[in-house]
Design a protein around this ligand. Structure first.
Ligand SMILES: *Cc1c(COP(=O)(O)O)cnc(C)c1O
Length: 377
């Protein structure tokens, strides 16, 4: 198959104002990028052990506490390495012996794989469900950590964050929120660790992990530290906690990522916080799923409406329309990263609807897709 797109020019007035719809990395607001050349530019290239950079870390921690209404005793902890590093950190510093993982896509399977490979832990329970749905946690005695994923980025399935009923009193609930943070509503009382990398729903760049941690999670870290379990220094969550309390990181942080994340957070807070950001995602979801349900050639991949993600939409196409060709034409017109998750292998498009993305641009995208499909047929 030739890799070139059919020569179709989408009229300018149909195109979205910003053509970035990638599910990760994702759109960063232009004003956040511009601030890097202004106020941010004065800080880049200075020591992370001194005041201007430490105050950026402090603003990130304070901004997240405020946005998520974290109760007293919860702390914002951060370090280098993205969500993938945090899975290894959790394997060393949060799972005591036995964990349960809800596996319903590429990302939710990876933490389970990390625990499976750890010889100091029991083999984990893995609860699965068919692609395009999510399983429910099953409370079992002796399970000390339940691993949930708020939004499975590979399939566009979201799930409500809830403590499993009947779980042991000291069991932790750890939630991967990489493509959910600040875009989907969550009650901090329902989690012990809500962790994410900021290049998706938080509209920043990659390289960092952030974890919102409850007192019970902080106590687990202390308990495992005191147990004498070997932990590589880079993956030591207790040293990340200590450094975060000083508005620092264990080693040199991705400062540009911090600056972009703080810009996005302060934009969210100054516009009203979670009601504002989640409201934008709700609006985008209403537009794209409403369109897909009435388009003769498209339909939402996720069958149950309340499991359809409000931050990442997956849209199946009828056999007579090749979604890959549509994505290529969109790309040639400056509308990028709508390709489906590679390993899902479906005739579909995947569209991010994170808070930074304008709902009206989602509407313009649907009009652009309609235009391309009619030009192809
Ligand atoms: C992208 C993604 C990850 C991986 O994030 P990295 O920062 O690349 O390690 C993990 N979990 C979810 C849900 C994701 O969407």
């Amino acid at each position: 198959m030739p890799d070139t797109a059919p020569d179709i020019t989408i009229p300018r007035d149909l195109l979205p104002a910003d053509g970035r719809f990638g599910s990760g990395p994702s759109k960063v607001r232009r004003s956040a990028v511009e601030a890097l050349a202004g106020p941010g530019g004065a800080i880049i290239g200075t020591s992370h052990r001194h005041e201007p950079v430490r105050s950026v870390v402090g603003r990130l921690r304070a901004g997240l506490s405020e946005l998520f209404h974290l109760p007293d005793g919860y702390e914002v902890v951060l370090g280098n390495g993205g969500t993938t590093a945090f899975w290894d950190i959790a394997t060393f510093c949060l799972v005591e012996r036995h964990s349960q993982h809800l596996r319903f896509g590429e990302f939710s399977s990876k933490f389970a794989a990390a625990v499976q490979a750890a010889p100091w832990l029991d083999a984990p329970d893995v609860v699965e469900s068919p692609t395009g749905t999510h399983p429910q946690a099953e409370a079992r005695p002796g399970t000390d950590l339940y691993a949930l994923t708020h939004n499975e980025t590979s399939t566009g399935v979201m799930m409500e964050v809830r403590r499993p009923e009947g779980a042991d009193a000291d069991a932790l609930v750890a939630v991967d929120a990489t493509s959910a943070a600040a875009g989907l509503r969550v009650d901090p009382a329902a989690f012990d660790v809500y962790y994410f990398a900021p290049q998706k729903s938080l509209a920043s760049d990659g390289g960092l992990w952030v974890a919102l941690m409850s007192p019970a999670a902080l106590a687990r870290v202390d308990k495992l530290k005191a147990s004498g379990r070997f932990v590589p220094a880079f993956l030591d969550l207790s040293s990340a906690v200590d450094n975060s309390r000083l508005d620092q990181t264990y080693n040199t942080p991705a400062l540009v990522t911090l600056l972009l994340a703080v810009d996005q957070l302060e934009w969210a807070l100054s516009n009203g916080g979670m009601g504002f950001t989640c409201g934008r995602c709700d609006r985008s979801a209403e537009i794209i799923y409403g369109w897909a349900e009435q388009a003769p050639y498209a339909s939402p991949f996720v069958a149950k409406p309340d499991e359809r993600s409000h931050t990442v939409a997956t849209i199946d196409f009828a056999d007579e329309v090749d979604a890959a060709t549509v994505a290529k034409v969109l790309r040639a017109n400056g509308v990028v990263d709508t390709e489906p998750y590679r390993r899902l292998g479906r005739n579909q498009l995947r569209v991010a609807m994170y808070p930074a993305i304008e709902p009206e641009d989602i509407r313009a995208l649907t009009a652009s897709i309609d235009y391309v499909v009619s030009a192809l047929s």
